[in-house]
Ligand binder design. Structure first.
Ligand code: GRG
Length: 304
């Protein structure tokens, strides 16, 4: 690892600790503003699905996009935490027997294994709603216009036109042989929508001008494509996959992915192209966007 990537992964680790402190508070037994004591079993399942060692790349993007505009960090952290709650809900539901039927997530038993299926469904539901609760709270420090934009954007990114819609397209694609355009569409909904939102949300928190907000949204769109392509490449090239140890339908070697369709060399070239496109969008931000540039490279070259 060279010096630049060492200091980038140090920053990623520090930001992950900051976001985890916020998530830990949001998932405490007594949360401010609630009159009812949270049911311990459901809370434990939610904590199991959230406080379990994710990379926290989505909140990282929110924070670093917001920092371009010298935004209030408390608001950026709250927005990043809300987005991570949605991501964790999606992973809990994705692991259920009715979907990917996985026993392990982030190296630990999935929520339906550690608890039971009904509890896992409710933990996911409660994380989904908690995310919007967090964005709407009065103490976020944001004006109503920005709060409404954040809520609307997250609802659209997570719902039928985004992640959930992409998930059903993906489930349906298992019984067909999707073409390139269908794969790109489903991936940009299933995985890309939250990454696109992360960058746009940072711009909203930072009160960016519309042009700047659009540029960051497009940056998010492109790194979303890179994220999924890198993920598919990892499934095909990782040792676990080669040894037939990978579990879950997502790891079925390259099936229904751009790597399966176009090959490993094409995917590596395409990843370089996507990093170039993403970085070009950041030009006008100068060195204030250096961390986002490094994030694009990290996403494309990641090994886990
Ligand atoms: C259940 C509505 C619903 C949606 C599920 C995101 C998703 C949709 C399923 C996850 C399946 C999957 C493995 C997709 C590949 C890309 C991806 C989202 C990987 C996991 O994200 P990371 O690498 O994970 O950011 P960590 O653990 O670091 O948070």
């Amino acid at each position: 690892m060279n010096d630049a990537s060492k200091s980038f992964s140090g920053l990623l680790t520090r930001r992950a600790a900051e976001i985890e402190a916020v998530l830990d508070r949001l998932l405490s037994p007594n949360c401010s503003g609630e009159e009812i004591t949270r049911p311990p079993k459901l809370l434990a399942a939610m904590r199991h699905g959230v406080l379990n060692g994710g990379k926290r790349i989505r909140p990282f993007l929110v924070i670093e996009a917001a920092r371009i505009f010298d935004a209030d960090m408390k608001a950026a952290l709250a927005t990043g935490a809300a987005l991570e709650l949605i991501h964790c809900y999606s992973l809990i539901h994705d692991d259920l027997p009715a979907m990917d039927d996985d026993d392990l997530r982030r190296g630990k038993p999935t929520v339906h294994i550690a608890f039971d299926e009904a509890t896992a469904i409710l933990a996911g539901d409660s994380l989904l709603t908690l995310a919007f609760d967090v964005l709407a709270r009065p103490q976020s420090g944001l004006d109503d216009g920005r709060k409404a934009a954040l809520v609307l954007g997250l609802a659209q990114a997570a719902g039928i036109g985004g992640m959930a819609g992409g998930q059903i397209l993906d489930l349906d694609a298992e019984s067909s042989a999707p073409d390139e355009a269908s794969i790109i569409r489903l991936q940009s909904m299933k995985t890309g929508a939250l990454l696109r939102y992360a960058c746009e949300a940072g711009a909203i928190v930072g009160n960016a001008a519309e042009k700047e907000r659009d540029r960051l949204k497009r940056f998010g769109e492109i790194i979303g494509l890179a994220f999924q392509l890198a993920d598919d490449l990892l499934d095909v090239t990782s040792d676990a996959s080669q040894m037939g140890k990978a579990t879950g339908k997502d790891a079925a070697r390259g099936k229904g992915t751009l790597v399966g369709l176009n090959g490993v060399d094409w995917a590596r070239n395409r990843l370089d192209g996507l990093v170039g496109e993403a970085c070009a969008l950041l030009e006008s931000f100068g060195d204030r966007a250096d961390v986002l540039r490094q994030t694009a490279i990290f996403i494309a070259r990641r090994e886990s």
